[in-house]
Structures are given as structure tokens and as C-alpha cells.
Ligand binder design. Structure first.
Ligand code: K1U
Ligand code: ZN
Length: 171
């Protein structure tokens, strides 16, 4: 397994639309293993392939406290979303140290492929629902800050660029 570098907003590669996985094979499983290691190390509760510069429709999620309930979604599709909306304070490994409220459908049903290429459907609510929607946005090239005002986004972009500069030359 390998740790992968996570792209930081406003890196333009985060705005690319990911392509469907044509075949779930050993290469796909290696990407998933590396993504899972990267998510656990961060730590985060989800990761989309886009965030590690792999532009294929792959998501990993683990919302368990024990970090031993990995969920893998390949070629995820939204089957249904509730009319009822809920606001959740979201974070993103691509927007470090920034959290803000986003309104999304409270519950969703997702269809996806598992690591064996078998199709499954899943009903989600709470954090799992929020996380799935957040990660599926990444596959569409959308970062959660795009739900915020232009003023907030400009401030976040500046903050992230400053942070990247400081990390590159701390003295
Ligand atoms: O997409 C990502 O960058 C992952 C993101 C997922 C997410 C979290 C919360 C709401 C929406 C989407 C994160 O994991 S941010 C980090 C985080 O929330 C967390 C980290 C450690 C423990 C618990 C939560
Ligand atoms: Zn994110």
C-alpha cells in the first residue's frame, strides 16, 4: 500500500470530472487500498479518487470510530434523494482546517459496484449520507466550498495559497 498526496483547493485538478471505471480489477483494488490508507492516515471519514489525482469514479468511506468498517463505492450513482434537506458542518481533506455548513438532502439511495464488480444499492442518512454526497461531488469536480458565498470562497482560496507557501518554505 502507499500513501498518496492529497490535492489542495484551489488546485485545478480538483475541478476535473472523473471517468467511469470500465473494469474492476487488480489495478482498481490497488487504487482503493492506497486511497483507504491515505484516508485513515489523514485522518478523514471519506476520500474521492479525484482528491489523489486519480480521475476515476472511486470513493472510500469509513465513518466508524474504530476505523475498521471500510466502504467502497465504484461508479456510484444517485438513485433517490429525499426532499427534506439538512444542514451539516462539513470538512474536506482538500480544504484543510476549514469547516462550514452545507444544506443537502437528508437521505439518499446510492447504486454502485463493489470491489468484485458486483452492483449493490444502499440507503444512507446522517453522516454517511452527507459524506456520500460530498464525495460524489468530488467526482463531478465540485468542492464543498462551491456551495458557499463568493466572498467566503475568495477568502478560503487566499488562506489555502498562503498555507501552501508556508508549508513549502516555513522560514
Ligand atoms: O472528502 C474529504 O475530503 C473527506 C471529508 C469527508 C466529510 C466529512 C464531513 C462532512 C462531509 C464530508 C473528511 O473526512 S473531513 C475530516 C473529518 O470530517 C473527520 C476527520 C477525523 C475524524 C472525524 C471526521
Ligand atoms: Zn472533500
Amino acid at each position: 500500500m502507499a500513501l498518496l498526496p492529497v490535492l489542495c483547493y484551489p488546485d485545478v485538478r480538483l475541478f476535473k470530472v472523473a471517468k467511469p471505471v470500465a473494469q474492476v480489477d487488480a489495478r482498481t483494488r490497488k487504487i482503493v487500498a492506497d486511497m483507504a490508507e491515505t484516508m485513515y492516515e489523514a485522518p478523514g471519514v471519506g476520500l474521492a479518487a479525484t482528491q489523489v489525482d486519480v480521475h476515476e469514479r472511486i470513493i472510500v468511506i469509513d465513518i466508524s470510530e474504530s476505523q475498521d468498517e471500510l466502504m467502497v463505492f465504484i461508479n456510484p450513482e444517485l438513485v433517490w434523494a429525499s426532499d427534506e434537506k439538512k444542514s451539516w458542518r462539513e470538512g474536506c481533506l482538500s480544504v484543510p482546517e476549514y469547516y462550514d455548513e452545507v444544506d443537502r438532502p437528508d437521505r439518499v439511495r446510492i447504486k454502485a459496484l463493489d470491489l468484485n464488480g458486483n452492483s449493490f444499492e444502499l440507503d444512507a442518512d446522517g453522516l454517511l449520507s452527507v459524506c456520500l454526497q460530498h464525495e460524489m461531488d468530488h467526482l463531478e469536480g465540485k468542492v464543498f466550498v462551491e456551495y458557499l458565498s463568493l466572498l467566503k470562497r475568495s477568502r478560503i482560496s487566499l488562506k489555502m495559497k498562503k498555507r501552501a507557501k508556508e508549508l513549502a518554505s516555513p522560514f
